[in-house]
Design a binder for this molecule. Sequence first.
Ligand SMILES: Nc1ncnc2c1ncn2[C@@H]1O[C@H](COP(=O)(O)OP(=O)(O)OP(=O)(O)O)[C@@H](O)[C@H]1O
Ligand SMILES: CC(C)(CO)[C@@H](O)C(=O)[O-]
Ligand code: BAL
Length: 282
Amino acid sequence: MVNVVHTRKELAAARDGLTGTVGVVMTMGALHAGHETLLRAARERADHVLVTVFVNPLQFGPNEDFDRYPRTLDADLEICRRAGVDLVFAPPVNEMYPQGQPTVRLNPGPLGEDLEGLSRPGFFHGVLTVVMKLLQLTRPDLAFFGEKDYQQLTLVRRMVRDLDVPTEIVGVPTVREPDGLALSSRNRYLSAEERRAALSLSAALRAGVAAAERGDDAGAVLAAAHRAFDPGTSDARLDYLVLTDTDLEPGPVAGAARLLIAAWVGATRLIDNTAIHLAPRP
Ligand SMILES: Nc1ncnc2c1ncn2[C@@H]1O[C@H](COP(=O)(O)OP(=O)(O)OP(=O)(O)O)[C@@H](O)[C@H]1O
Ligand SMILES: CC(C)(CO)[C@@H](O)C(=O)[O-]
Ligand code: BAL
């Protein structure tokens, strides 16, 4: 069985016993093959792999799915054991926030208010605060984050850079189902019909990539993605579909870019994104 600890005291003792480099994979549990890819990447790069499993109340809005978010610790531990994880930290809420919800939170800056932050006010304050706390508690050499949550990855990179955190942030490409759907713990909420509608997100991204490969400009790439998302049959409702530069900065987009989408499928909100390479203008 993998070594699992629930308190910061137990974590400190177990962490002190790890010699060599440590790679951390932070999760909210309900592990799937996307998480397993992060575990493998950590296994390859670090001497020890430490996984955190914590559904962080700070990043959920009052009408979001904190209460019904899937909690499957036994199955998660089995996945960790198979992946050769050395240590799992799965704290209860009062261990992470013994004083209750913290009044001091990290400010993600303007990007934190855009895209995901527009639909989920306070989301990135909650994410960056818990990521920083987990970095302090686990003291990793490397930390692995999925590109599926591209804005989160971008903001974590900025935080580590801006606040001089001595951890290398490693981005891991998105793992998809054979039909294109990005793996996500929230896919478990989808009915069979919603699962079909959810394919609209990756279909939009694929159409954008295909348009860019044909040499279309940014406007035409975005238009192609919109058409593919909404062929008149989908039950998915678009939140945003944007083409930005790879740092998610506003302004004209050229060369390497990122196409990002968020949509509601029934009561479930899903996100996805892809790299886009815009041909140089003639
Ligand atoms: N399909 C995927 N491919 C690569 N990384 C992923 C994938 N899904 C999640 N991750 C990464 O795993 C880490 C933990 O994510 P989390 O536990 O929130 O899972 P999730 O599937 O993204 O859940 P949710 O449905 O809440 O978005 C994050 O760094 C996230 O980007
Ligand atoms: C990084 C994270 C574990 C912080 O709660 C969460 O946002 C996630 O699972 O992507
Ligand atoms: N996967 C990012 C965490 C969240 O949606 O709450």
